[in-house]
Design a protein around this ligand. Structure first.
Ligand code: SF4
Length: 378
């Protein structure tokens, strides 16, 4: 570990935060009435629309085997041409419509969002949006961290609220095997350290695949203890249609918590907000916090508040969607009004019934053509 850069170290506050309750409206209520009462749209299962994930590019500098396997995303793969991507101005206009309809958090994803030219300007424009109650919007980003070191301060200056960095191993060989790349662990750790120096709260997402990087769990836990960084363990998922997912390769989150707790006792924390994907645990000795995203073994569809905007402006209401629910780029480029865009979003969300993870066992063996995560954002 001596070849790894030290992270900025500070004690992290692990005091449970009061859960914020929401008051979903029925799908039949109008947007105007919703806005008057300061609440948000609800879907057909009474889940509020709160989080927008925007994929700003379908390109990535890594080829993680569970996301963009190189056999599929090789030099012959047809990425979207520039003309089909939403422009930065189009993204901001759509995002403003979402915020008017109750969205409070926007996460920029990809692909790798730092590969999108002008991402800092986009963050700056998005961070200027205000909710109906005059509050700032939480602007987050998920990145693989490889390009982060030189960009962290500018992103913070532009108004980025926080960042989640994907890192699946500290061991160089395992990291390169999982990311199917020659990128170095040190480049990611340098990016994480730069984000901390810039004052960005950092979370780490570690996708755990049995037989590949499960041997890194304790090493990762120990490395990020006492750093103020929340390490979150993500169950390996059947995202997209190309990663060859099998259940045997999933390490249940419960198993990970038991493994860590045997060495460093953990105590459960309450969710910090409604719709939080990770369950939270604190080290009993005050060394910080970990999280688990157990979307396979402890599903959370019943409180899923996320909607996704693809790189080319299509709406998806589930990570495991097979088709888009609306084409906002067509509306934008067809000269339609903000009101029309708002109605399209409203219709899309109010008709939403997605709960893929709850019915995975019933449908996983059926032929499906799920949209790739690199296109709609993780
Ligand atoms: S499977 Fe779909 S509905 Fe369920 S939590 Fe994931 S994104 Fe949300």
């Amino acid at each position: 570990m001596s070849n790894l850069p030290a992270l900025v170290t500070y004690m992290h506050d692990v005091i449970p935060i009061q859960s914020i309750s929401s008051s979903p409206v029925s799908s039949g209520e109008s947007v105007q009435r919703s806005l008057m009462h300061g609440v948000v749209l609800s879907d057909a299962m009474r889940r509020p629309m709160q989080d927008l994930r925007i994929s700003v590019t379908d390109r990535c500098n890594l080829r993680c085997t569970y996301c963009m396997p190189r056999e599929i995303f090789d030099q012959n793969h047809a990425f979207l041409p520039r003309s089909e991507l939403l422009t930065l101005e189009e993204i901001v206009r759509v995002a403003a419509s979402f915020v008017r309809l109750g969205v409070r958090k926007i996460r920029l994803t990809g692909g790798e969002p730092l590969m999108r030219r002008g991402i800092e300007q986009l963050v700056e424009k998005l961070s200027a949006l205000r909710t109906n109650t005059g509050d700032a919007v939480d602007i987050a980003m998920t990145s693989n961290g490889v390009l982060l070191e030189a960009r962290a301060q500018a992103l913070k200056n532009a108004g980025l609220s926080r960042i989640t960095v994907s890192l699946d191993a500290l061991d160089e060989a395992i990291f390169q095997r999982m990311s199917d790349s020659h990128a170095s662990v040190n480049s990611v750790l340098a990016g994480i350290a730069a984000a901390q120096r810039a004052g960005l709260p950092v979370k780490i997402n570690m996708v755990v695949k049995r037989g590949v990087n499960d041997g890194e769990i304790m090493r990762m836990a120990e490395y990020f203890r006492n750093t103020g960084i929340v390490l979150r363990f993500v169950e390996y998922m059947d995202v997209g249609s190309t990663n060859g997912w099998v259940m045997d390769e999933v390490v249940p989150a419960r198993e990970i918590v038991e493994m860590i707790s045997a060495r460093y006792p953990l105590v459960p924390l309450v969710a910090s907000c409604t719709g939080e994907v990770a369950s939270r645990w604190a080290y009993a000795d005050g060394a910080g916090e970990i999280g688990q995203i157990a979307s396979v073994t402890q599903v959370f569809c019943h409180e899923c508040t996320r909607i996704r905007l693809s790189t080319d402006g299509k709406l998806y209401t589930c990570l495991f969607a097979e088709q888009s629910n609306a084409d906002l780029r067509a509306l934008l480029r067809g000269g339609r009004s903000d009101e029309d865009i708002g109605h399209a979003i409203e219709n899309c969300w109010q008709n939403r019934t997605d709960r893929y993870s709850e019915i995975r066992n019933e449908v996983a063996r059926l032929p499906r053509n799920k949209i790739e995560m690199s296109y709609i954002g993780g």
